[in-house]
Ligand binder design. Structure first.
Ligand code: NAP
Length: 413
């Protein structure tokens, strides 16, 4: 199996510094998983775009050395394993990787490969920026007002998989115990799931969000929770978030209470406002007052809903990038699935994976290259040269294949 994982020549690994930052050489080895279904189509369009941007930005001084690693159907065909240990080891070793979507085989209690990768590598922050590209069809009147980034906790909440079906031995025993010992009144024919939210995971994700706001000169961080109902999980998320801000970021953070009591509603220069919103109200806020929000941080389930809803406001999943980031590795990935009915047709929009590549370049500190990709993408869209998903909603647009859209981005850099 080892032979299939070919380490590229002339490349160097990204390394982790003692203070927990990634140090990126000029010729970093970056592992990639092309993915299932339409994954190979969008990867074939994405890699040339990223290479062209790096070449144009640095004139050959820098270049990415791509290393294919395997997961999903391709891995199963080659090794009869859906997620070989060597893939996880390679990501850990090289720290930064990019991937297309992976099929989750249905039935047999199969765990999603994406969830497994996130949990095994402790990629605790799911990061999804949401920005509007001029000319993209959107269901809202002012999509350009949306410029937010979601930090979604990635490892716990109702996603931790601690749940049992109604009537199972475990569910029956647990319900009986809760009803007897804690005076609960849970119906005996219920399925049960556990929603753990820890201080550790909450502080990890809120710290990442606040640090991002500091690094990127953002003015507002908003914790989104349902603490009015779930006091000791979602409510605690909010309380621990404020506690972390007091403990570690007291010099930069101003809370909403302080803003009005001490600063007459005016955020002092160089400070960041930390506020919180109840999740249901927040879904209205992002539609009605999107300009007031920049960095959003929330538990897993809220983050799942909120990031898709926000991406819809700016024109849909085809242009929604994402990353799963931990302390020792970061995996950048398209946020849509494998769209298997279009596999091999060179048809779908590669924008999500390309923009995930943009996030990766930013993360590597290669902003000159990432800006070129954004410029090329914006121009391709402004020229109305787009893939089928956007073309069918735009008047007078030219429909391009997946690979042609990648080429249009390169031509417009
Ligand atoms: P999906 O693959 O995202 O496809 C649903 C629909 O979204 C497609 O039919 C298409 O809509 C649109 N779409 C998806 N990707 C697109 C692209 N690149 N460009 C333009 N339109 C795109 O969702 P699914 O059918 O529910 O899931 C299929 C498989 O993907 C499942 O095995 C699931 O487990 C997996 N999945 C993987 C990930 C991941 O790896 N991160 C995430 C989600 C799902 P139209 O037909 O209307 O054009």
């Amino acid at each position: 199996m080892k032979d299939a994982y070919v380490v590229p020549e002339n490349g160097e690994p990204v390394s982790l510094t003692e203070d927990g930052h990634f140090s990126v050489p000029d010729n970093p080895i970056i592992p990639f998983i092309e993915g299932d279904g339409t994954g190979p189509d969008i990867w074939k369009a994405t890699q040339p775009v990223l290479d062209a941007a790096v070449k144009k930005a640095y004139g050959g001084k820098r270049s990415i050395k791509w290393m294919e690693i395997f997961a999903g159907e391709k891995a199963f065909k080659m090794f009869e394993e859906w997620l070989p240990e060597q893939t996880l080891d390679t990501i850990s070793k090289y720290h930064i990787a990019i991937k297309g979507p992976l099929t989750t085989p249905v039935g047999g209690g199969f765990r999603s490969l994406n969830v497994t990768i996130r949990q095994k590598l402790n990629l605790y922050a799911c990061v999804r920026p949401v920005q509007y590209f001029d000319g993209v069809p959107s269901p809202v009147v002012r999509p350009q007002d949306v410029d937010m980034i979601v930090f979604r906790e990635n490892t716990e909440d109702v996603y931790s998989g601690v749940e049992w079906p109604a009537g199972s031995h475990e569910a029956t025993k647990l319900i009986d115990f809760l009803n007897r010992e804690f005076d609960c009144t849970i119906r005996l024919d219920s399925g049960v799931g556990i929603k753990p939210i820890s201080v550790t995971a909450t502080k990890q994700i809120v710290r990442k969000a606040i640090q991002y706001a500091i690094d990127q000169n953002k003015k507002t961080v908003t914790m989104v929770h349902k603490g009015n109902i779930m006091k000791f999980t979602e409510g605690a998320f909010r309380d621990w978030g404020y506690q972390l801000a007091r403990e570690e970021f007291a010099d930069v953070i101003v809370t909403e209470k302080d803003l009005w009591e001490q600063h007459q509603g005016q955020l002092p220069e160089g400070k960041i406002l930390l506020n919180d919103r109840i999740a249901d109200a927040m879904f209205q806020q992002v539609l009605i007052r999107p300009k007031e929000y920049e960095v959003l941080v929330m538990p897993n389930l809220n983050g799942d809903y909120m990031s898709d809803a926000l991406v819809a406001q700016v024109g849909g999943l085809g242009l929604g990038p994402g990353a799963n980031i931990g302390d020792v590795a970061a995996v950048f990935e398209a946020t849509h699935g494998t769209a298997p009915k279009y596999a091999g047709q060179d048809k779908v929009n590669p924008g999500s994976l390309i923009l995930s590549g943009v996030m990766m370049l930013d993360y590597m500190g290669w902003q000159e290259a990432s800006e070129l990709v954004i410029k090329g993408l914006q121009k391709a869209i402004s020229n109305k040269t787009v893939t089928y998903d956007l073309e069918r909603q735009m008047e007078g647009a030219t429909k391009l294949k997946c690979s042609e859209f990648g080429q249009a981005i390169i031509n417009n850099m």
